[in-house]
Write a protein that binds this ligand. Structure first.
Ligand code: ATP
Ligand code: MG
Ligand code: MG
Ligand code: MG
Length: 463
């Protein structure tokens, strides 16, 4: 018997084909002498309609069990569907019920649930239409990312999760401790501290793989990382997580212009890939979550991003006829309200802001001749704000050493990073894309907690 995923059956299944389908029941409708169930196996938004006739052995008993959430295996023959909404349906010849789901306690019923409620049942929410679509698009984005870089000859490098350096110098770190649970007494109340740091050295969970990616770029020219990063963000915004995934390409023999060109081509590629490979899911987001999702995709693919300097951006913000919560003036970092104003209202497309003041950016960014600004760029997206942060890196040893000291960092800890400028240094550049912000941008989902299977925030580490 052919065992086929539902997406493929809906796309290309033909009448008279026999097949076996496995999945979870979404709904049941009973009529006189027969019943319909909708089965979903996660492969597509659409369900497969299964018709069960009363001549099936044990019809009544099986039907009673086929509630929302039940795991089933159906064997049958495909027939052209007479009803509206589907081309084809499965006429059941045998139905095997695996795990049942008590309709009185199963939390997912046919009605629409709020995202807030679904966050409290994170272990079940992937069975809903919205989360099915989100995680299929997340998967497509991952594939598109690798495709983009692999086609251009970039090497995917794996940078460490445990590090001794604070890449950004921003201090939002989680530290690593080792713990021998077997040695901790559980029966008495004696408090014994068996925690240790990393074999005698303080270490942290990585906030970015950039510094290590630079090491690899100095040997392979073009590399990228794609992995989890961690920041102790004790805040509750809709765009910050304590654990998020980052994509970080790093290119040797590259300046800020090359970096911006790559970042723009990269975003366009991902949107195109997702539109081509997940059209039903994208249509769903446009209809149910945010009716500008398809127009946004079209806008990204077909228009050049706006490029302007930080200094010009500040002038535009100072002239804006909106009242911002946070002040705007040269030398202050842009807040998300300013970023969104530029991308959403003023230019109505992604904006690349360049040449930020050195004092608000990391030590490794290339100092401009004015000695006040650095060759940094942030890509600001409508509805999201900053989605990408990148820069040309400081390749001159003396300048880099000066900048390290100026930011209160210890050059001795960065000896290996400085060595890259001592031996075979070259202009190079890269950027970091927050993967969850990208998925938010594409799907129109309002909260970053709803585009990652297991969000890590100050309130949430349970499952
Ligand atoms: P923000 O200003 O929004 O806090 P950032 O400037 O601190 O971001 P970078 O250090 O430039 O962030 O990191 C690169 C990218 O990683 C950002 O452009 C963003 O897309 C993403 N990012 C940063 N922090 C988070 C976070 N806490 N959760 C999810 N994504 C994040
Ligand atoms: Mg930040
Ligand atoms: Mg920022
Ligand atoms: Mg940034």
């Amino acid at each position: 018997m052919v065992n086929r995923r539902i997406a493929e059956t809906l796309r290309s299944g033909q009448p008279d084909e026999s097949l076996l389908v496995q999945g979870w029941v979404r709904t049941k409708r009973e009529s006189k002498g027969f019943a319909f169930i909708e089965v979903n196996d996660g492969s597509s938004l659409a369900n497969l309609q299964v018709v069960i006739n009363q001549d099936l052995p044990d019809y009544e008993a099986i039907l009673k069990k086929l509630n929302t959430g039940v795991a089933v295996e159906v064997t049958g023959v495909l027939v052209a569907s007479l009803g509206k909404g589907q081309r084809i349906e499965l006429k059941a010849e045998a139905v095997k019920v695996y795990g049942e789901a008590d309709p009185d306690t199963y939390p997912l019923q046919k009605k629409r649930h709020s995202f807030e409620f679904l966050r409290t049942i994170g272990h079940l929410r992937s069975r809903t239409n919205s989360f099915g679509a989100v995680f299929r698009i997340r998967n497509a984005c991952s594939t598109a990312i690798h495709q983009f870089f692999q086609e251009r000859g970039f090497l995917w490098v794996h940078t460490p999760i445990i590090t001794a350096s604070d890449c950004e110098g921003a201090g939002e770190l989680f530290s690593v401790t080792s713990l021998d649970l077997k040695k901790i007494p559980r029966t008495d109340n004696q408090a014994v501290d068996y925690t240790q740091d990393f074999f005698g050295k303080p270490t942290y969970l990585t906030v970015s793989g950039q510094l290590e990616a630079e090491v690899m770029a100095m040997a392979f020219s073009n590399v990228y990382t794609f992995g989890p990063t961690f920041r102790a963000e004790n805040s509750n915004t809709s765009r910050h997580l304590a654990e998020f995934w980052m994509v970080e390409p790093e290119m040797a023999f590259c300046d800020l212009e090359g970096d911006m060109d790559l970042a723009e081509a990269f975003l366009k590629h991902i949107f195109k890939y997702v539109l081509e490979n997940c059209p039903e899911d994208m249509e769903f987001f446009n209809q149910r979550i945010d009716n500008t999702v398809l127009a946004t995709a079209d806008n990204i693919i077909n228009n050049e991003f706006e490029r302007l300097t930080y200094t010009d951006a500040i002038k535009l913000l100072e002239k804006a006829d909106v009242k911002f919560e946070y002040p705007v003036s040269w030398g202050l970092d842009l807040q998300s309200e300013h970023e969104r104003y530029l991308a959403e209202q003023l230019f109505q497309k992604p904006v690349i802001v360049t040449d930020y003041p050195a004092q608000i950016k990391a030590f490794y960014m290339r100092l401009n001749d004015d000695e006040k600004t650095v060759r940094a760029m942030d890509i600001l997206a409508p509805k999201i704000g900053e989605i990408i942060g990148g820069s040309q890196r400081e390749e001159r040893l003396e300048v880099l050493e000066r900048r390290v000291l100026a930011q209160g960092l210890n050059p001795e800890e960065l000896w290996w990073y400085l060595d890259l400028r001592r031996y075979g240094t070259v202009p190079h550049a890269g950027f970091g894309l927050g993967f969850e912000r990208l998925v938010q941008f594409i799907t129109g989902m309002g909260n970053i907690r709803d585009v990652i299977p297991f969000p890590r925030t100050p309130q949430n580490a349970e499952f």
